[in-house]
Ligand binder design. Structure first.
Ligand SMILES: Cc1ncc(COP(=O)(O)O)c(C=O)c1O
Length: 416
């Protein structure tokens, strides 16, 4: 019986909702269904995959399955099951334009996108009447959008970000042709507040656009928005835009007790969060949030799409809002809290295992990432680790189990 319990619905959808079938079997059923939707050209026997091409696909499938088993270096949660959504692969879903406005392109999931945005608005403590945002194709897109927005508000602003900031920020300032200053970091990866203050003072007649890392990529260090704001206040700097790059921390810190605050109760103007990181999704995705009053500065009505254009990309993936919606409905705050706690607990477990074998490692408060002495190249490749000079890290994402950590530790021990 499907979730609505309706028999006729059940008959229509039963091939997809046969939960005794494996994911692969359901994929095959889906492929059958979809072949009926293709055009004459698509159906012609002349245009089909050769056996060698089919083999190539099978090989890829197998390779991905194997690689997934040893995936510890990047902030991606591979533990998800969106099989109830497979049937939506049969549509070219496009959420072109403002998510809060219907466009002439009716094959969209904007209603679901708005539900997702409402969830994040609640989580980040901004009233529904006051916020604006959209589902992006990842943290980078959210960062770039936010810096573009900041530049439109403060064309003569200077962007400040720390040495530990993700490369998408320097890339975005180059794309937006913005002036910037790189601020020193503390040894744990957190921004050096005194260097930030010094650099702000040197440019006190220009608006300040400050990027706060809500979890640096390499060490999970959190730049404290409260301290950044204190510095702005102490120096009477009134024209500022604080952007929170919460690619990772956005779906981690709100679910942990005593984690630093970085939401819209503080004087921030924008925030980017990745969707495929903590939550997990089959395609990269993310969320960007800002204030309605700010986004009005960049809106342009476009007759061709029958909607307002205020997003970075024109055509927008309509599947990712559906994945995020599904996760939000299924897990909700309770599930996300459990996920966050498990992630931090497993990172602590990994730290204890590395310490047990005498491998240098450390962890920042409230982080799900363990920084460790760089292992051999063989292990870096085998476990797909992210490395930076002398260090590497592992992320205890949703699919990372104690068993996986034990296996990795055993591999490390062999190299001592
Ligand atoms: C702090 C931070 N910002 C931005 C990004 C970019 O996110 P995405 O890969 O979703 O574009 C990452 C990804 O590693 C990150 O760690």
């Amino acid at each position: 019986m499907n979730s609505s319990g309706s028999k006729s619905n059940m008959e229509n959808l039963s091939p997809f909702n046969d939960f005794n079938a494996s994911a692969e079997e359901r994929f095959n059923i889906l492929a059958d269904k979809m072949s009926g939707m293709s055009s004459d050209v698509g159906n012609s026997a002349e245009f089909c995959l050769l056996p060698k091409d089919m083999q190539k696909l099978d090989d890829l499938f197998l390779k991905l399955k194997i690689k997934k088993e040893k995936f510890m270096g990047y902030q991606v949660n591979h533990a998800f099951d969106y099989s109830e959504l497979y049937r939506f692969l049969g549509f070219s879903i496009n959420n072109v334009g403002d998510p809060f406005m219907e466009s002439n392109y009716g094959v969209n999931t904007k209603e679901f996108e708005r539900d997702v945005l409402d969830f994040f608005a609640d989580l980040m403590h901004i009233r529904k009447e006051d916020f604006w945002g959209y589902v992006t194709n990842g943290g980078t897109a959210g960062n770039m959008f936010s810096l573009y927005l900041a530049r439109e508000i403060y064309p003569d602003g200077i962007v400040y970000f720390s040495k530990d900031t993700h490369y998408s920020i320097p890339k975005s300032v180059r794309v937006c042709n913005m002036e910037y200053r790189i601020v020193d970091s503390q040894p744990n990866g957190e921004i050096d507040y005194s260097d930030l203050e010094k650099k702000l003072q040197e440019n006190r007649n220009r608006p300040s656009i400050i990027v706060a890392n809500i979890g640096t990529t390499m060490t999970g260090a959190v730049d404290k928005v409260s301290k950044i704001h204190q510095i702005l206040e102490a120096n009477s700097l009134k024209k500022f835009h604080i952007h929170c790059d919460a690619a990772m921390g956005g779906m981690l810190l709100p679910f942990l007790e005593d984690a630093p605050q970085f939401d819209f109760r503080m004087p921030i103007s924008s925030m980017a969060i990745s969707g495929h990181k903590m939550i997990g999704a089959p395609v990269p995705c993310g969320i960007v949030l800002t204030k309605k009053e700010l986004v009005q500065r960049i809106e342009r009505p476009i007759e061709y799409i029958g909607a307002v254009d205020n997003t970075l990309s024109g055509s927008r993936n309509g599947l990712s809002p559906l994945f995020l919606w599904y996760a939000v409905k299924k897990l909700g705050n309770k599930g996300f809290k459990a996920l966050a706690k498990r992630s931090v607990r497993n990172a602590t477990y990994a730290l204890s295992k590395f310490q047990e074998i005498g491998w240098d490692a450390w962890i920042n408060p409230n982080a799900n990432v363990v920084v460790l002495k760089r292992p051999s190249e063989e292990l870096v490749k085998k476990w797909q680790l992210a490395v930076y000079g002398e260090i590497a890290h592992i992320y205890a994402m949703g699919h990372v189990s104690e068993k996986m950590i034990d296996e990795f530790t055993a591999d490390l021990q062999k190299t001592i």
